[in-house]
Design a protein around this ligand. Structure first.
Ligand code: UD1
Ligand code: CA
Length: 459
């Protein structure tokens, strides 16, 4: 099989984004654009991937890590100049080189495969991935001759009136015979409207050198969107969202309102999950079968068990068991584990805590730095008082215990198995197993005292 290489162009600043963040690092559905590009290139089994970095090189390298080699383009003199930087790593190698822009995050692996297949099938020196655009503004136009062969690409800024009418655009993705590419790059000049060394000029150069140049047109313009500004970024986000949602729906997930459901690419969702509008699921979350999420919920890096229901709530970096009922308006903060069949009701916050199987905190509680056993009832308004302003302390609530409403459990403290805490208690000492603890002032009733109060005179 022919060797395959990739060059990813990622050195530009992305002036049109008007951002301190370098263009290729802008996220689309939570993942940097350039990472999407790499995700889709990876299945091609490339022998070498070289990313051209310049602006924000260190940050871009950090994101990509060992998925690619890197070459620095010190000055951004154009896309052709960018590819030349990979010379020392690639120029003598035999094989096919695919060149892609770091700002086209929507191109799929299938399209890359089809492009390479077309290129190798044609025995071409260069194949351009092209598309028909409804609005070709800003893109390079593909200029064909009377025999419909690709002759050259003209950049928008260099195009004349007739050329501007052309709707077939250069997507910025190409396949080249590797050695022919580096040979042709030597002839590229910067004699154009932008004073840049354009990679697309290689097409005309190769043709002039009697090399075969072809185009492979994808019928999916949406996929080839180049993200140069925030308007295009929002379009990319929308397309990516739709693509991800459709994948899940085809796998048996019900998404009630796909327009208003945001699922990041790494999320795994089992069949028969129902997702209601306004839901965002991020990171490496796993949602198990029959769970119901939303409306209006945000789940970040969580495992959510079977048949669990989460409504109007936020949960992050936590493990939530099966048949758990969360919300409305609950907040599960990082490092929490919620056991099977547990309930975390309205206005309950759980932080860095374990809530055992079948335990319930149904209303208005704060449970932080706590180990809660199974079948515990945490009454309305219970607070684990975990912080003294300097240090945090643990609260342990053992199995089958019952915490009365409006109790403060001042940590470190242990509530023994099967014990009761009377409502309104402020617990400062451990409660023994099976005990009742009452820690509040006794009530005194003064009969008839109300009339005395009512009859008081002003001084
Ligand atoms: C480029 C193409 C255009 C095509 C469009 C598709 C050129 C001259 N034009 O235009 O024909 O229709 O993509 O989206 O190639 N980059 C570098 N170093 C540089 C310049 C750019 O690494 O010196 C990188 C950028 O970071 C970016 C990519 O190359 O990821 C494309 O550059 P950009 O400026 O976005 O080119 P376009 O104007 O979109
Ligand atoms: Ca671009």
């Amino acid at each position: 099989m022919t060797n395959r290489y990739a060059v990813i162009l990622a050195a530009g600043q992305g002036t049109r984004m008007k951002s301190k963040l370098y263009k290729v690092l802008h996220p689309v559905m939570g993942r940097p654009m350039v990472q999407h590009v790499i995700d889709q290139l990876t299945p091609l089994n490339l022998d070498e991937t070289v990313t051209i970095v310049g602006f924000g090189a260190e940050m871009v390298k950090d994101v990509i890590g060992n998925q690619s080699k890197f070459v620095i383009q010190e000055e951004q003199l154009g896309t052709g100049h960018a590819v030349i930087q990979a010379k020392s790593l690639l120029q003598d190698k035999e094989g096919t080189t695919i060149v892609v822009c770091g700002d086209t995050p929507l191109i799929t692996n299938g399209t890359y495969e089809a492009l390479i297949k077309h290129h190798e099938g044609e025995g071409a020196s260069a194949t351009i991935l092209t598309a028909k655009a409804d609005d070709a503004t800003g893109y390079g136009r593909v200029i064909r001759n009377a025999a419909s062969e690709v002759e050259r690409i003209v950049e928008h800024k260099d195009a004349n009136e007739a050329e501007l009418q052309v709707t077939e655009i250069n997507t910025g993705t190409y396949c080249f015979d590797n050695q022919a590419l580096f040979q042709a790059l030597k002839e590229v000049s910067n004699d154009n409207a932008q004073g840049e060394y354009y990679l697309p000029d290689v097409i005309e150069i190769l043709r002039n050198n009697s090399k075969k140049v072809t185009a492979f047109m994808t019928d999916n313009f949406n996929e080839t969107l180049g993200v140069n500004d925030r308007v295009a970024l929002a379009r990319a986000e929308k397309t990516m969202k739709q693509r991800i949602n459709e994948k899940h729906m085809r796998n048996g997930v019900s998404i009630i309102d796909p327009e208003n459901t945001y699922i990041h690419p790494e999320v795994m969702i089992e069949p028969d999950v129902v997702i209601y509008p306004g839901t965002i699921i991020k990171g490496a979350s796993i949602i198990k079968e029959n769970a119901e999420i939303g409306p209006n919920s945000e789940i970040i890096n969580c495992e959510v068990g079977e048949s669990t229901v989460i409504r109007h709530s936020v949960a992050s970096d936590s493990k939530i068991g099966n048949r758990v009922n969360i919300g409305p308006f609950a907040h599960i903060r990082p490092d929490s584990t919620i056991g099977h069949g547990a309930k975390v009701g309205n206005f309950v916050e759980i932080k860095k805590s374990v809530v055992g199987e079948g335990s319930k905190a149904s209303h208005l509680s704060y449970v932080g730095d706590a180990q809660v056993g199974s079948n515990v009832n945490i009454g309305c308004g219970t607070i684990t008082v975990n912080y003294d302003g300097v240090n945090k302390y643990l609260t342990t609530i053992e199995d089958d215990s019952f915490i009365g409403c409006n109790s403060n459990l001042i940590a470190p403290v242990t509530i023994g198995k099967g014990s009761y805490v009377a409502a309104g208690s402020t617990i400062t000492k451990d409660v023994p197993t099976e005990a009742l603890s009452v820690a509040r002032a006794r009530q005194t009733n003064k009969e008839g005292y109300a009339s005395k109060l009512k009859n008081r005179k002003r001084d």
